[in-house]
Design a binder for this molecule. Sequence first.
Ligand code: GLU
Ligand code: MG
Length: 445
Amino acid sequence: MDKQRDFVLRTIEERGVKFVRLWFTDVAGTLKSVAIAPAEVEGAFAEGLGFDGSAIEGLARTYEADMLAQPDPSTFQILPWRGEINPTARIFCDILTPDGQPAAADPRHVLRRALAKASDLGFSFYIHPEIEFYLLKSSEIGPEGPIPVDKAGYFDNVPGGTAHDFRRRAVSMLEQLGISVEFSHHEGGPGQNEIDLRYADALTMADNIMTFRTVIKEVAIEQGVYATFMPKPFTEHPGSGMHTHMSLFEGDTNAFYDASGQYHLSKVGRHFIAGLLRHAPEITAVTNQYVNSYKRLWGGGEAPSFVCWGHNNRSALIRVPLYKPDKGQSSRVEYRAIDSAANPYLAYALLLAAGLKGIENEYELPAETEDNVWDLTDSERRALGIQPLPQSLDHAIRLLEESELAAETLGEQVFSYVLANKQAEWSAYRSQVTPFELKQNFETL
Ligand code: GLU
Ligand code: MG
């Protein structure tokens, strides 16, 4: 018997776990859950649990609807918000076809495949996300829009504030789930918060992000507030990004580190950034997957709108953060476009694939941008060769459609599902008459 499986079965027994939730994520990025009795877990490990996948976004075509969910024992955790009495646990699953092959449309499999490619090149991929979200008084939308829990700003210490209690409770719950938190603080917008997770390998981190979203929603319910990961809930306040720090390791060595390189960045690191820069526009429909995502990217508030990199440049798409000279292991690159509503499995698979393309093809890293790119004129940016990111979901979909990198990395089924799903969102949006138009035009026309 596999040691990890054995450990899970023993823990279920010893802790008196009454329900085990099998979790997986659909192509759209929504967490799915089915609860099974503890007695079923052993069978689910051995053969997978059969379910009808046809109703799940992007997972199965109707003619191949039968799917198996096979729990990954390394992800077993007891859910702290369900309490100590008759505890409930969760395990993330891999999705298999009835003949036991990985399902082409399982986002976890898409990421596993990208990681296997990195591993063939000798790399493992690590991730550290800074996850931003808004805390609101409730899910009601007032006449002025959603109502934040406070009026505080960046790093503010809010006396007696809801945000403090919220972060404290959320962080301790995350730790109980085995997810280490590095920082948490109030962000720039009223009611906006950020929690940064300690780095982990990309698959673990994608699972952690799905868990994180659930924890934040649960703690909000517990505390009588509402949490949203919507990329841009307010016109006048910053959006919620998920800046992601990435590094590649070769064994125990950080492959981005070179003591003699500019910013201590190795050749591998430079090629990786060059890959991200070259492929950023075509993968943006996945890293920023909603109509609303583009309100963030083009709405200021320190979200990137242009494709460039810099050392300490917060207007750049990619930043090489401050390093401590004696800490080569922490060399990394920060990708600032991705938002808090992305499907992390698909987005990280594409970011990795873009970076690896840069390494494999030895893409040349363009010069860094020291200026604040928002302050330059269009022609100044053109002269510097700085391209914009897509300006709308429609624009992003058109670039995705042409992307060989995305088709290859996502696989045919996920690629065509994402395109169809996003095209449907865009056409539903395109026909909306918005409050903006009514305000601008109704009385004057
Ligand atoms: N909220 C900003 C964004 O949407 C980022 C603020 C910051 O952490 O620099 O990307
Ligand atoms: Mg932030």
